[in-house]
Design a protein around this ligand. Structure first.
Ligand code: SAM
Length: 288
């Protein structure tokens, strides 16, 4: 019998419990049952979670589990699981681990053979996607963009070609700068949606092109208030490689290879040696 299997029979269960992102009515029946019956709750901020529990008439044993003392809390939770206690992990709002702490704990609990059970519920990214009106068949959740301009722009360049809808979390403070970079790197006309204060009193969805959204956010400071999910339509049309191929084909009709390659590299940003190999292949493939 493997070490993990022995523990599965005697150890406790770690429940990963999603909590509301604004509207308390979104808590699930299962979440309430689990929070009321576990022997301990590892919370990101104990005061916030205590208020939530109080609202539902639940009194529980709470530990703080925030980024800075994640190691200490993890050791504590694992000790309790080893003693056969059931523990719930919650974050301040939404689903733990999603731009929130908990990954190290879940990984350690699984590695040691404990049952880890998700109690699904609210999540700001999926909540926004479900009502934004952007393609939902394929999407990429990116969490918070890097805070500093240069890092953020390099990061955005790396996802320029992603075909799925892009989902970001962003603070009101950085929203304008991020929209400016998105517009510059992904193109001003990409469709986008700003989803703000989801499930709360001032819930707002703003749709438009990236440049329209940026102008609106700059002109109306209240659009930067509260909690924000930003969604951007994925890349449509040819990939950068396909575009370079097309440009090279046109230029090579009338120019010598060397010149066609140099111009195609300048127009498309593709690497010269890659274009050169392509040009040779094109001429060897073309009839006559
Ligand atoms: N774990 C959470 C989840 O499942 O959505 C996300 C936690 S992350 C630290 C917090 C960010 O999520 C906020 O800064 C905001 O970008 C987004 N967010 C959370 N609640 C939101 C809401 N009610 N409306 C819009 N965005 C929200």
């Amino acid at each position: 019998m493997k070490a993990g299997e022995a523990r599965l029979q005697s150890g406790g269960t770690l429940y990963v419990v999603a909590t509301p992102i604004g509207n308390l009515g979104d808590i699930s029946q299962r979440a309430l049952e689990v929070l009321a019956t576990v022997q301990g709750i590892a919370a990101e901020d104990t005061r916030r979670t205590r208020r939530l529990l109080q609202h539902f008439g639940i009194s529980g044993k709470l530990w703080s589990h925030f980024e800075h003392n994640e190691q200490a809390c993890m050791a504590q939770v694992l000790t309790h699981l080893a003693a056969g206690e059931d523990i719930a992990l919650v974050s301040d709002a939404g689903t733990p681990l999603i731009s929130d702490p908990g990954y190290a704990l879940v990984r350690a609990a699984r590695a040691q053979g404990y049952r880890v059970v998700p109690i699904p519920g609210p999540n700001a990214a999926l909540c926004a996607l479900s009502a934004a009106g952007l393609p939902s068949d394929r999407f990429l959740f990116l969490g918070f963009p890097p805070r500093t301009g240069e890092k953020r722009r390099a990061w955005l360049r790396s996802i320029r070609q992603e075909p799925g809808t892009l989902i970001f979390y962003e603070s009101g403070q950085r929203l304008s700068a991020t929209l400016t970079d998105l517009q510059a790197i992904l193109g001003a006309s990409r469709p986008a949606v700003l989803a703000r204060e989801l499930t709360k009193r001032f819930e707002t969805f703003l749709s438009g092109s990236l440049s329209e959204l940026r102008n609106r956010v700059q002109a109306e400071p209240h659009q930067r208030k509260g909690e924000i999910v930003l969604l951007v339509g994925g890349h449509r049309g040819p990939s950068e490689e396909e575009e370079a191929h097309r440009v090279l084909q046109i230029l090579a009709r009338t120019l010598p290879h060397k010149q066609a390659v140099a111009l195609a590299a300048e127009i498309t940003g593709a690497k010269k040696n890659w274009l050169y190999r392509l040009a040779l292949k094109q001429s060897s493939d073309s009839p006559g």
